[in-house]
Design a protein around this ligand. Structure first.
Ligand code: UTP
Length: 297
């Protein structure tokens, strides 16, 4: 069955980015000139998704405005003959069929996915998290959809992380099923390194089947007092085969300040207009830093 719908949970509080996220959605923080959620929507569209369900909450209205048509702005750009910008604004509002569902309280990622149940109905669907921005030749979600099409089974995107970082991620227990592919035997949320079954961490890309909704309904609070998608997936993989695909491409953790800054620098260096002047600036900065004892900080 074709994967037509994707859920992008954006109802979280973004506490790692306070105070910026007190009134502005974390998902609207720009990497160079584009809100992070737009990179995620573009990845979904490039992967063949037609309907995008964004889970929002209080203080998240700017997301809807961003993907809506801005008639006044378009008239102004047209009058000023700013054709390239006009085309860019029109393209954003025509990216996909956008659907917004409010999560009344941020009770966790699992709860956010569950709020999409009515809109998704009885078909397989994708989930993409805005914290993980992926670049690379083939969109990350398209890689998972290929696996889903071959095995007709839920798939999670994973990447190997340093063992010392397992307590930041959902980690899979799995058996190899081929190059880049594993059969998932269980999942555990944020295990300490000495308790982690592998160092394969879930990277915010999933293709799920609708049984997950019934499981989520029965899933109690987990780590951090939140309803965790990881716990529901741990149950799902006991009911039907589930796979993990080691994603190709670079991943930026833009939900974290260090990851956000790395993405900003690297996206700026990949931008034809900024590359020259920004690289020159960075070189000067590095030369200045060379005298300093950075390891002490
Ligand atoms: P995170 O835990 O990374 O996001 O959830 P957060 O809670 O917004 O951020 P911090 O940790 O406080 O800084 C992963 C994704 O799940 C969404 C978030 O918006 C984020 O995209 N989420 C999380 C929800 O939609 N609802 C929730 O109740 C929790």
């Amino acid at each position: 069955m074709k994967i037509r719908k994707a859920v992008i949970p954006a109802g979280g509080l973004g506490t790692r980015f306070l105070p910026a996220t007190k009134a502005i959605p974390k998902e609207m923080l720009p990497v160079v000139d584009t809100p992070t959620i737009q990179y995620i929507v573009e990845e979904a569209v490039k992967s063949g998704i037609e309907d995008i369900v964004i889970i929002t909450g209080r203080t998240k209205r700017a997301i809807e405005d961003h993907f809506d048509k801005s008639a006044e702005l378009e008239v102004r750009l047209d009058d000023a003959h700013k054709d390239a910008q006009l085309a860019q604004m029109e393209a954003i509002s025509n990216l996909a069929n956008m659907i917004y569902v409010r999560q009344k309280e941020p009770l966790g990622l699992g709860h956010a996915v569950m709020t999409a149940r009515e809109v998704i109905g009885d078909e397989p669907f994708a989930v993409l998290l805005g914290d993980d921005v992926m670049t690379g030749e083939k969109p990350a979600l398209a890689q998972l959809i290929e696996v889903f099409n071959e095995y007709d089974a839920p798939v999670v995107g994973v990447k190997a992380v340093p063992w010392t970082h397992t307590n930041k991620y959902g980690i899979i227990r799995a058996e190899s099923a081929g190059e880049h592919l594993s059969r998932v035997e269980g999942l555990v949320e944020k295990p300490q390194p000495d308790k982690a079954p592998t160092n394969l961490a879930v990277m915010g890309r999933y293709v799920l089947t609708p049984e997950i909704f019934d499981i989520l309904k029965e899933t109690g609070k987990g780590v951090g007092g939140e309803i965790q998608l990881t716990d529901a997936l741990d149950t799902l993989c006991t009911q039907r085969p589930m796979y993990a695909w080691e994603l190709e491409g670079r991943r930026y953790d833009v939900g974290d300040k260090q990851g956000f800054l790395e993405a900003t620098c690297e996206f700026a260096l990949a931008n034809p207009e900024l590359k020259g002047p920004f690289a020159r600036y960075l070189k000067q900065l590095v030369a200045q830093l060379e005298g300093e004892d950075i390891e002490q900080n």
